[in-house]
Write a protein that binds this ligand. Structure first.
Ligand code: FAD
Length: 388
């Protein structure tokens, strides 16, 4: 009787818990197990980059612990437990050193994304932090208070680097940012818009180094010395590495699931193995890797129904991303990879409205900064869905 085989979800981030909630709306009986390698506290990850502005500790950000989540979801939540292997033929997952194995009826991978580690040398690497979950955040805040930190060097001027720049400036820290590309948010925004963000953050006190790579972080008498490939050096008390994330695909790959940039799924969120699904930052859904909250919520709604016996394809409407740089607010709907079109830009100081249109005039993407973010709703209506 497969009905009583549990649904097992790997991961208790917004995708894992979000899916569990959706599933329980349609099925309150099937045994449900969530397994996570962290402590299973429920929190909103986007809040990690507003914590110095709002002065929130990790405990403040934790909404509920694993025990209350389990109760609320009528589920078991196994914390600090790493799944090491999936046998997709026998429908079994193995835990830790593979001594424990559990049979699943349906398995969902919601294992998120991991931070990219830039190749950096030196004896000061223990002062290089990255913040990608609540435990990292707790470590970072402790390091800041224990080391009497006044100045932070941030590696990366993308979404996470720019948000932390603004947040740490609001927290009263001195900030220098290094990015090999030419302006803030280089992979998301056209140049004029990226420069508007840069100008606003500079006006708030940030210093930027665009072009160079960080090659080493070494201990100094006080704090660390960050070396760039141009020969320049930056002194700082602490370094925050924010060069981007990539979907966590190692477990899926080792278990023989089809992977590409992410764990490959179709519109039903099915992977290449029967009864195994994926969503959230780890998934590549019908060709799209979208490491944001709105897509994972859409996926959770569809998959919650599918797991309850009503196969439902995911719909991705246009989902503009709001970037939390209050010095210069940003909303961006990046054109799809491979889209053919051109940017047209209207700029008035730090207020930039950039529209990406094809040769027939159809809107395929946009980037808005400052006051121009007011145009978001009107433009969003004009965009085609990502998966219709
Ligand atoms: P995660 O939250 O990473 O969860 C992964 C889970 O899998 C964890 O519980 C982990 O312990 C578990 N796990 C991993 N491997 C295993 C294993 N082998 N066995 C068992 N468990 C495992 N998006 C927005 O849309 N707007 C924003 O403003 C925004 N701001 C952000 C700010 C920051 C600082 C960051 C880092 C991200 C931000 N994002 C934002 C992105 C957004 O937070 C993520 O897309 C989303 O939280 C991903 O959720 P997830 O559940 O897929 O992954």
């Amino acid at each position: 009787d497969t009905k009583q085989d549990p649904v097992i979800i790997l991961g208790t981030g917004l995708a894992g818990y979000g899916l569990a909630r959706e599933f329980r709306k349609h099925d309150s009986d099937t045994p449900l197990i969530l397994i996570t390698s962290d402590d299973g506290r429920s929190y909103s990850k986007p809040m990690l980059s507003t914590g110095f502005t709002k002065n929130t500790s990790a405990d403040d950000l934790a909404q509920q612990d694993a025990g209350s989540m389990a109760k609320q979801l009528k589920a078991s939540v196994w914390t600090m437990t790493e799944v090491s292997e999936i046998d997709t033929d026998k429908q079994v997952i193995k835990i830790g050193n593979a001594e424990t194995s559990i049979h699943y009826g349906k398995l969902v991978l919601a294992v998120g994304a991991q931070v990219i580690q830039p190749p950096i040398e030196g004896d000061g690497l223990d002062r290089v932090y990255s913040v990608n979950d609540l435990l990292d955040y707790d470590d970072f805040r402790s390091a800041i208070s224990q080391n009497n930190v006044k100045k932070v060097c941030i590696i990366g001027g993308g979404l996470i680097g720019s948000e932390f720049t603004n947040d740490l400036l609001n927290g009263g820290f001195e900030i220098e940012v290094v990015d090999p590309l030419a302006h803030c948010l280089p992979t998301l925004l056209p140049e004029v818009a990226g420069k508007a963000v840069q100008a606003a953050l500079q006006a708030s006190g940030a210093k930027f180094h665009f072009g160079p790579l960080v090659t080493a972080v070494n201990k100094a008498d006080v704090g660390v010395t960050v070396s760039l490939n141009t020969g320049e050096t930056i002194s700082a008390d602490l370094v925050l590495s924010a060069v981007g994330v990539r979907p966590r695909i190692d477990l899926a790959q080792a278990s023989g699931l089809q992977t590409n940039r992410g764990i490959v799924t179709n519109r039903l969120l099915e992977t290449s193995a029967p009864n195994v699904y994926a969503l959230g930052d780890c998934a590549e859904v019908d060709g799209h890797v979208l490491v944001y909250v709105a897509p994972l919520m859409a996926a959770a709604r569809a998959l919650g129904k599918t797991l309850a016996g009503e196969p439902t394809e995911v719909q991705y409407p246009a989902m503009p991303v709001t970037i939390k740089t209050p010095a210069c607010p940003v909303v961006v709907a990046p054109p799809a990879a491979g889209a053919r079109g051109e940017w047209t830009v209207q700029a008035d100081g730090n207020n930039v409205q950039a529209e990406y249109r094809d040769s027939s005039g159809n809107l395929l993407g946009f980037a808005l900064t400052g006051e121009a973010t007011k145009a978001k709703l009107a433009l969003q209506k004009e965009l085609p869905p990502i998966i219709g």
